[in-house]
Structures are given as C-alpha cells and as structure tokens.
Design a protein around this ligand. Structure first.
Ligand SMILES: C[S@@+](CC[C@H](N)C(=O)[O-])C[C@H]1O[C@@H](n2cnc3c(N)ncnc32)[C@H](O)[C@@H]1O
Length: 233
C-alpha cells in the first residue's frame, strides 16, 4: 500500500508529465534548440545522468536495471548500451510512447522493456540496480523514504536516486510556487534536507541492509539536484 500523499502526488505528476508539460519535456530531452535557461537545465541533466551512470559497473551485461520514472528513456538507453537488461517504467503513457519511438531502431548490447505504471509495482520484479533520476523530487521526504524501502527490497546491489537539496533559493521558489493559481502550477519540487533524509533512512528498518554511500550535487544554472547512492552492505 502507498500513502495517500504519495498516491495524490503521483496522480498530479501523471497529469503534468502526460499532458501539461509533455511537449516541453519532449523538446528538453531532444537535440532541438531550447531557451538559454532550459539549455542550463539540459546541461545539468546531462551531467547528472553521466554521474549516475558512472556509479554503475562499466559492464552491465546480464544485470537487471530498473529506470524508475524513465521519462523519455535517455538513461535506460545508456544502460542497455552497456549490456543491461533494462526495465524502464513511467506513469506517463505519452512519455513511454515517445521513449519506445525514439529507441525502436537502436541496436543495443542489452535490452529495453518500457512499461507504463508505478515504479513501486512489485510485478516489475527484482533488480541488481535501480535508478530514479529526478523522479522522486516531487514527493515529500517520508514518501521518498517509504519508496526507497519498497525499491530496496527488490534490489541486490544499489538504488541510485536524486533529491532536490534544501537551499535558501529553492525554499523561496517552493514558497513562491504556492502563490500561483492551482491550474498553472507544476507539481512542487519538495526540497529535502540531507541531514533529515539520512536520519530517516537510518531509522527505516527495511533499509538496514543498505548504507548511504556516494553523494554528489549537480548545479547548472536553473538545474539543482543531489544524487545519492544506497548500496547494499
Ligand atoms: C523530472 S522527470 C525525469 C525523467 C527521467 N528520469 C529523466 O531524468 O529524464 C520525472 C518522471 O518521473 C515520472 N514519475 C513520477 N512519479 C512516478 C511513479 N510513482 N512511478 C513512475 N514514474 C513516475 C514522471 O511521469 C516523469 O516522467
């Protein structure tokens, strides 16, 4: 069972990434020209993807990897190039459709299986690695930790994820965002204090077998995100 706050946020994100923002997101994740501001976001996201991929073994042959909240599938493709058997899941059917289209003609060492659904669905099976790049940033800290617990149970080696660090600027943007009329708002990004996240993870019995290993903040213009690695001890 997921919490009511998790389910409500997932429903908002599905609407946002499947309808409201789908065109902007398709463009941002392509090579098409974008505004200067969005170019900084694209560069930051490229750097974040490269960082997360560098935390995985160079040879992923035969390893099962879940791209949790895959969007248009960029990370999934890179993992499959390195030999992984990738399951890539997203709540947005439109983005998953786009990911399938973009990857249909690629020849990859591993394989790619795109699915529409919730990353926490146990039916997706077990994995060596799970990567949730910028897909948990809209959830509240207790829901992030519960999600990590659920993902951890299905992971043999590591869960890589990102959070939005709690900085004064992000806190102001978060509060300002609440002033917009409801219909115009993107689902808020929930800033996370690293200390509180670490304490909650340490206190979560289901995550006792994991240690918080690497941590790396990427900041590029309007993109700010913090990668963390939960590694099985
Ligand atoms: C900011 S985008 C990042 C997409 C991709 N990871 C990337 O970095 O390009 C967040 C994605 O997470 C997806 N998402 C959010 N909550 C999800 C959930 N509970 N299960 C599956 N996908 C989810 C959204 O639909 C959206 O495509």
């Amino acid at each position: 069972m997921t919490s009511p706050t998790y389910a409500a946020r997932r429903a908002q994100l599905e609407t946002y990434f499947d309808r409201t923002a789908v065109e902007a997101w398709a463009r941002l994740t392509s090579d098409a020209p974008v505004s200067r501001i969005r170019a900084t976001v694209r560069a930051g996201r490229d750097a974040m993807r490269a960082e997360l991929l560098s935390w995985l073994p160079a040879d992923l042959t035969g390893r099962r990897l879940l791209d949790a909240g895959c969007g248009t599938g960029a990370l999934a493709v890179e993992a499959a190039r390195r030999g992984a058997e990738v399951v890539a899941v997203d709540v947005s059917p439109t983005l998953v459709g786009l990911a399938r289209e973009r990857t249909a003609s690629l020849r990859l060492k591993g394989c790619l299986d795109f699915q529409v659904g919730d990353m926490l669905d146990e039916g997706l099976g077990g994995f060596d690695h799970i990567v949730a790049m910028d897909s948990l940033i809209h959830y509240r800290t207790p829901d992030i930790v519960r999600a990590l617990d659920r993902l951890g149970r299905r992971t043999d080696a590591s869960v890589l994820f990102t959070v939005a660090p709690r900085t004064p600027l992000l806190t102001i943007m978060h509060m300002a965002g609440r002033l917009f009329p409801r219909g115009d708002r993107a689902p808020a990004i929930e800033p996370v204090g690293e200390g509180s996240l670490r304490r909650r993870i340490a206190a979560e019995p289901g995550l006792a077998a994991f240690t918080l290993a690497r941590s790396r903040r990427i900041n590029s213009g309007f993109y700010l995100s913090n990668a963390l690695e939960l590694a099985r001890r």
